[in-house]
Ligand binder design. Structure first.
Ligand code: F6P
Length: 480
């Protein structure tokens, strides 16, 4: 294990994802560079910022051609290589095929999925654009780690050009069952693309199982345990549940600035208990279903009226995609109906925010929240629940977690709910608000033990170890 670790360390690593960990935003003629606080950026930060390693991706803004050279130069100093996208590419590749075909289908919303040949054509050409950007710098001894569903075709495009290079692919969203995946007109091409990798990673064993059975049925690959044999190559398919930088959230929670913020907030936010939800605007997050359950809770348990508040943070996202626009309106309608129906002159059941919050404020909110509600209809992993657990440095707090989030496999000490069962969900809210402190502490300490042990650094190390193990086996097979 040590020798393969050293080997991997000596090699150059190229990380590839749709978005770079730095986002460019325009303010008039000015361009601002904003670093991502996201888990992936933190976890892979130590990798791409060291040595000759690089991160390749889209910087998040449409630039004029004459601006590209100076932006490239600035990003290069940060070990980042931009892939610039045009307005048209964003419309058809990103909003279209990525977020109107793959996203809804992979999250079990098949009726939301559209199958437009023009979207797929752009998806293919943008995947080639990413592959060309990689191939312009890649050498056969590099390790190339490709991330997520926007780039499914890239592994094989690289494999064709550099047959011996080491390629990893990680899918950050669920992988659906064969019955759903087979609906895609380009199902063979997408699988062929993924099968260019040496290691294909998912969050859960269910995703692994779905992928293996899909590949066997559509591509006729052979499988033995968690390995596929395809085109005379062995491909490892395994579960690597992603996590957070536990220490970062833990120290943020005890940080003096967070403590001050928490003290400042406590007198101004509503009295009583606090329920907290934080989600990116997305139908997969189950925000409207949660509001339904909250309304049933208010109807059934009037003893809580005036004694608790739901703090609902929704982070803007993809609001140019029609379903997201409609969802935003529906959330506004429901929040206003509930507040109108149950609110009094001195109490509003829901405080709703539609914007991003800086990390210190999020940490203070996690500290204030007696109960966190994480109730997606479907989620690859969900990191909000892990952030809540890491932030509860006083050891109490209750997590209500959907069985449909990948994280529910690890966090079995949460109150697990089926987000479609709104009656049981409503009851779980009552149970969480009434939970004795001793039980809260017992459950929270078990969850903290899990999340602190399996953190983002552990995730990166496990994936890289598997990749170098597979590379060694491929090399042995070739020289045999
Ligand atoms: O984790 C899934 C994912 O789509 C990532 O690939 C992405 O960076 C994140 O969610 C946010 O989505 P978007 O990049 O579309 O804003």
């Amino acid at each position: 294990a040590t020798s393969s670790k050293n080997e991997a360390e000596a090699k150059r690593i190229l990380i590839v994802s749709n978005r770079l960990p730095v986002k460019i935003t325009r303010k008039g003629d000015d361009m601002q560079f904003q670093s991502s606080e996201g888990g992936l950026a933190t976890g892979l930060g130590t990798i791409y910022q060291s040595g000759n390693n690089l991160w390749i991706g889209w910087p998040g803004a449409v630039l004029h051609q004459e601006e590209e050279a100076s932006v490239t130069e600035k990003l290069e100093k940060l070990n980042l290589r931009p892939v610039f996208l045009t307005d048209e590419e964003i419309t058809y590749y990103y909003e279209g095929f990525s977020n109107e075909t793959l996203w809804p289908l992979f999250h079990y919303f098949p009726t939301y999925a559209t199958y437009q040949p023009k979207d797929y054509d752009f998806y293919e050409s943008v995947n080639k654009k990413f592959a060309d950007a990689i191939l312009a710098i890649a050498q056969k001894d590099d390790i190339i780690w490709i991330h997520d569903y926007q780039l499914l075709l890239v592994p094989n495009l690289i494999r064709q050009a550099l047959p011996e290079v080491t390629i990893g692919y990680f899918n950050h969203i669920p992988f659906p069952s064969f019955e759903l995946f087979r609906l895609i007109p380009w199902r063979k091409e997408l699988l062929e693309g993924m099968l260019g990798a040496d290691v294909i990673g998912f969050h859960t064993y269910d995703d692994v199982r779905h992928f293996i059975s899909t590949v066997i049925r559509i591509k006729g690959a052979l499988s033995y345990a968690n390995e596929l044999t395809y085109n005379d190559r062995i491909i490892a398919v395994d579960a690597f549940p992603i996590s957070i930088d536990y220490k970062k959230y833990q120290s943020q929670a005890v940080d003096i600035a967070t403590r001050c913020l928490e003290r400042e907030l406590l007198p101004v936010i509503p009295q009583g208990k606090h329920l907290l939800s934080i989600d990116r605007l997305d139908y997969s997050k189950g925000i409207t279903q949660r509001l339904q359950a909250f309304e049933v809770f208010l109807e059934r348990y009037p003893e809580w009226h005036g004694k608790m508040t739901l703090m609902q943070l929704v982070v803007p996202s993809r609001d140019t995609v029609p379903q997201y626009k409609e969802l935003k309106e529906e959330i506004n309608r429901r929040v206003s109906d509930i507040n109108g129906k149950y609110g009094t002159l001195t109490w509003q059941p829901i405080q709703h925010f539609y914007r991003s919050f800086p990390l210190p404020l999020l940490s203070a909110m996690y500290k204030i929240a007696d109960v966190a509600l994480v109730s997606p209809m479907r989620d690859g992993m969900n990191l909000v629940c892990k952030e809540y657990v890491a932030s509860r440095t006083d050891g109490d707090g209750v997590l209500i977690l959907s069985e449909m989030a990948g994280a529910s496999r690890e966090l079995s000490d949460a109150i697990l709910i089926n987000p479609n069962d709104i009656w049981a969900f409503a009851q779980a809210i009552h149970e969480a608000l009434s939970m004795p402190e001793e039980e809260q502490r017992r459950r929270m300490s078990a969850m903290q033990a899990t999340v602190s042990r399996f953190d983002i650094h552990n995730w990166v190390a496990n994936f890289m170890a598997k990749l170098s193990q597979m590379k060694k086996r491929q090399d042995d097979m070739r020289t045999r």
